[in-house]
Design a protein around this ligand. Sequence first.
Ligand code: FUB
Length: 321
Amino acid sequence: MIRDHLTKDLFIADPAVHVFNGKLYIYPSHDFEAGIPEDDLGSHFAMEDYHIFSMDDIDAEAKDHGVALHVKDISWAGRQLWDSDAAYKKGKYYLYFPVKDKTDIFRIGVAISDKPEGPFIPEPFPMLGSYSIDPCVFEDEDGKHYMYFGGIWGGQLQRYRNNKAIECGQLPADDEPALCAKVAALSDDMLQFGEEPKNLVILDENGEPLKAGDNDRRFFEASWMHKYNGKYYFTYSTGDTHKICYATGDNPYGPFTYGGVILNPVVGWTTHHSVVEFKGKWYLFFHDSAVSGKTWLRSARYADLNHLPDGSIETITVDYK
Ligand code: FUB
């Protein structure tokens, strides 16, 4: 079942959802009309703050807890607060967010709160060695936290190789391996990478890394990780082909093998999601632009997600008729 949009009066996108204290907490981007023309670098996504929402139950209203963090409170930030995620450890909540610094380079920052809904206080500097966008934090069953991140085009991932900035930030040629999302265990204090980020390789049916020209399957942005029946499911957006796909592996680093599409294209250019288990059922939270009709003013919604007995995931298609 595909549910209606969570909000009609505030545009929210990139919904990262977690269960904290028995409730669903939604960490979305907050879209607004900035009047910036649309381009391939996503300049029209000029977000300035985050609102956090909670739902007491899956059918309950989404409660807006107000502004949890504003770009003006982040001393090193320039512009564009994009997709965030949150994690909990030892009585504290951590909000991870990408924002361009004052030189227009995306970095990932961390902000801390005693409550899941914030307000969050940002650290004075970005995470050391961080770059690109769309951080997602996954807590494994042993309590270890991993960050997955990255995004090509406006997300700037093509400007790096082996975690170092390169002079001319080009995408690989179509017949070369695609750029990978990155994965790193977090430090014990949750504030830094605990190790050098590694490539998250997605393999095709022949065990070969997906190629850069395989736009229907290769990683573009919007990393998410969930674990089901002992298997690790990496889910992501294919960007210019507008799909959410999944790949499975047997540990948090991979390699992962491409599995299929979990969400067919929705209304709007971007697609972004999270997968969450709540009270024994699985849900896909995502966004589309059906309410506004504008690609930069998105609204979050959710659907039931079905894992099939063979380990695959049933494809969801939104019927806009
Ligand atoms: O919301 C801004 C960007 O759009 C996100 O960071 C991407 O994943 C895409 O949804």
